[in-house]
Design a protein. Structure first.
Lengths: 200, 200
């Protein structure tokens, strides 16, 4: 059985959101599964002194334009949320907690969180909203609320971020197919060809 | 008659090189001409304190991998030159001097310079090599040699770089269609659809 494709993302990344709406279907067409792995771009940015895209001169204003055009190009609805970018550690921690209990629930939560943020423009940075979204997916809200404050879950996410950096992962979305790294939703055509041909 | 498409590029940009091999044909399929405009990424980077891609942690090593894979994906031969990136002011100045005299010769020189650098791996940063390439395209070598040292041509390129920055152009390749900006050779599918549909 072939290895799952890895899909690394930050919940605050619009290009990550676009990829989240496509990657499972692309993989399925080639008989592959996808392993989703949220991480924090902030951890990468802090370590290497990168700046968040929206704050970069020229590139920031362009990116807003590009995000909305790419949304139309891919036919995936998207707004630029009023709070953008945001801290996503609570959403990412919730995802890992859910995933350890129920993969399908974690997947449903990821879609719900991305869509809540990038379709409905709601701020998903606070634990309260993360808990509401998780509960709507069937999670035990009180147990998750307790877990979100735990050192164990904080360490878990910290380890995932360190693993991402150790693997050379610096952006969102970041897709890895049998060790081959693809950064950006604009690499979807290359990803498709890679899956079709087994590498080129 | 429709406006020409603008194609901004730096001679040291591999993604700019890829676009240079595609943009005229893409435009021609839609009855459009292309106005090529070399500029210096260094001017943008200096003003906004951006770092050259190869020097950025994680992103730099990834980009080398991505450049070579993109070369195979687009079926455009490419090597990573030993000297990379390089200063390209002499090539860009030569291009503007040629363009003021003979558009077709400037286009031929641009292809020759990009291919010399990214196919054959030759360093095109020095005036000597720029003059050889221009002469092979039919340019008056002595007149160009004299012009390369002139304040007039230096000012010309400085003005082009300032114009790029004033227009929000920060990367290479940068394509502008009737005011709509597209950064990166990976935006070719969006460019094609934009030309087909008149905007989306």
């Amino acid at each position: 059985m072939s290895n799952p494709i890895e899909f690394w993302f930050d919940f605050s990344s619009p290009y990550g959101y676009f990829m989240s709406e496509r990657i499972d279907a692309v993989a399925a067409r080639h008989g592959r599964k996808v392993r989703w792995r949220p991480f924090l771009l902030g951890a990468v940015y802090k370590q290497f002194d990168f700046k968040p895209l929206p704050s970069i001169p020229l590139k920031g204003p362009y990116s807003v334009h590009d995000i909305l055009r790419t949304s139309r190009f891919l036919d995936i609805p998207c707004v630029i949320p009023e709070a953008f970018p945001i801290a996503t550690q609570h959403a990412a921690r919730a995802w890992y907690w859910l995933h350890d209990r129920d993969c399908a629930m974690a997947r449903a939560f990821a879609h719900a969180a991305f869509r809540d943020y990038f379709r409905d423009g709601r701020d998903i940075s606070q634990p309260e909203r993360v808990l509401e979204l998780a509960a709507a997916c069937g999670a035990d809200r009180d147990a998750l609320a307790a877990a979100l404050g735990s050192e164990e879950l904080k360490t878990r996410l910290r380890d995932e971020c360190a693993a991402a950096i150790a693997r050379g992962i610096f952006g969102s979305p970041f897709v890895v197919i049998d060790g081959e790294p693809f950064w950006g939703v604009d690499r979807l055509p290359q990803i498709e060809r890679w899956l079709e041909t087994g590498g080129f």
